[in-house]
Ligand binder design. Structure first.
Ligand code: 3PG
Length: 307
């Protein structure tokens, strides 16, 4: 059996070593395609792969057509919007993710960006503190929960909204569960986004919603760029000079944001929320173990596509 790691954005070497150990202990072979620049390289590498470990790499029908021997794709991470699930099912390929394995890294980066925002992008002027501010966690999954845990250390007042998570689950963490996204944005000085990119959430963070934030509001996005209605956010930030937008996923309109909103807009150059050795090890090794469990025992825990 051949397991391919196909990562445009490579794992830390220590994680690749750990994955190799798991794969070779199972008697399988490991192949590595990192930092590829052309889709043709991916199409070529998947030809004889039985299993693939990816990150945000796009697995579409063309890739699945090329991967004639493929049985399983594991997205080492949480969001699997980069995989065409229907095409995978049609190709009889199992798709899994590794929920929770990189969530602390993403949560820590959210705080890195929050501090940067309230300290005026580290420009030397007097800023403010996170302590005492109201933090809104938009979606209370694995990352949201880690954000809540860290926010307690900062002394923030914590609120969350999650349409799919019972209020009792949120409140047992000492977090105030609100009834709607509107209520979250109206209440909180800082909102941290943790929603996945789905048909329902795409473009949902729009003018009307963000405009509910109090004066000086900070929106932090370590989720997906697709959830932001960029045109409307630009319009709102033009009208409201008090708002700041910090993102780990460079918007399509990055140049416009950067030119118009100097001092209140920041984007990482490449999504780096999960770019820590720890997250790479956790997610990468979990992916390798899930592949071995699937190929050897048919274990489908963490499957995200239909059969
Ligand atoms: C995830 O969905 O797990 C995060 O967005 C991290 O993505 P990455 O592996 O592409 O950095």
């Amino acid at each position: 059996m051949k397991v391919l790691i196909a990562t445009d954005k490579p794992f830390a070497k220590v994680a690749v070593d750990g994955i190799r150990k798991e794969i070779e202990a199972a008697g399988y072979e490991l192949a590595l395609l990192e930092k590829y620049t052309e889709k043709a390289q991916l199409l070529d590498a998947v030809k004889d792969a039985n299993a693939i470990i990816i990150r945000s790499d796009i697995i579409d029908a063309e890739v699945l057509d090329a991967a004639k021997e493929l049985k399983i794709v594991v997205r080492a991470g949480a969001g699997y919007d980069n995989v065409d699930l229907e095409a995978a099912t049609a190709h009889n390929v199992c798709v899994m993710n590794t929920p929770g394995q990189n969530s602390n890294a993403v949560a820590e980066l959210a705080f890195g960006m929050m501090v940067m925002a309230v300290r005026n992008m580290y420009n030397g002027t007097s800023g403010t503190e996170l302590k005492g501010k109201k933090l809104g966690i938009h979606a209370y999954g694995n990352v949201g929960r880690n954000v809540a845990r860290i926010a307690k250390g900062f002394g923030m007042e914590i609120f969350a909204f999650d349409a799919f998570c019972p209020k009792e689950v949120i409140e047992k963490d000492g977090v105030k569960a609100v009834d709607s996204a509107d209520e979250l944005y109206s209440t909180c000085n800082v909102v941290s986004l943790h929603i996945p990119a789905t048909a329902e959430t795409k473009n949902s963070i729009n003018y009307a919603l963000v405009n509910k934030m109090p004066k000086g509001g900070v929106l932090v996005n370590t989720a997906r760029k697709e959830v932001i209605n960029e045109t409307e956010l630009i319009q709102l930030m033009e009208e409201r000079a008090d708002l700041k937008y910090m993102t780990d996923i460079m918007p399509a309109a990055n140049e416009t944001f950067a030119a118009k909103f100097v001092g209140r807009y920041f984007s990482t150059p490449k999504k780096m929320g999960a770019q820590t050795a720890e997250a790479n090890i956790n997610a990468g090794i979990a992916a390798a173990q899930q592949i071995v469990g699937f190929l050897k025992d048919g274990c489908e825990k963490f499957r995200v596509n239909k059969k």
